[in-house]
Design a protein around this ligand. Structure first.
Ligand code: HEC
Length: 120
């Protein structure tokens, strides 16, 4: 019974987050990702960088949910443009993250674009 309720809640939550989604996404659960389609040419290299570097420690699901809901899923902190900058610094400082500042800035600009798309 408990499992059933947990599954029901999870399903409701995931339907809810998809219904809310304005930024284009693909996949579900761990495979949830931003859709490459519709990413403007000028953001493509940052997009590739994000797909390569932001999945070293966790899946893209975390980042997609943050953009979709405006909340960082682990700590529940607001995820807006100001927060993106702060998270970029946090992720940059984490051990084993191999970004340089320029790469991180490119990803910040891309995440700001995705936040704007989601707000449309
Ligand atoms: C070196 C490992 C590592 C890399 C690389 C990394 N992350 Fe994280 N990320 C974490 C950990 C660990 C957490 C859990 C919360 C924490 O410790 O800050 C996290 C949490 C998050 C969260 C949720 C934060 C919250 O407060 O709920 C988001 C969003 C996120 N990461 C996005 C990204 C993005 C975008 C990138 C690429 C620019 C990235 N991460 C790269 C380790 C990493």
């Amino acid at each position: 019974m408990k499992t059933f309720i947990a599954v029901a809640i999870l399903m409701t939550l995931s339907v809810f987050s998809i219904a809310e989604a304005r930024v284009k996404v693909t996949g579900h659960g761990e495979k949830l990702n931003f859709s490459r389609e519709g990413i403007p040419e000028k953001y493509k290299s940052a997009f590739n960088l994000m797909q390569e570097k932001c999945i070293k420690c966790h899946t893209m699901e975390r980042t997609v949910i943050a953009v979709q809901t405006g909340r960082a899923p682990i700590t529940g902190q607001p995820f807006n443009k100001q927060a993106v900058k702060a998270y970029a610094i946090t992720m940059l400082r984490k051990q084993n993250s191999d970004f340089n500042k320029k790469e991180m800035l490119d990803i910040v600009v891309l995440l700001n674009y995705l936040l704007d798309e989601n707000a449309k």
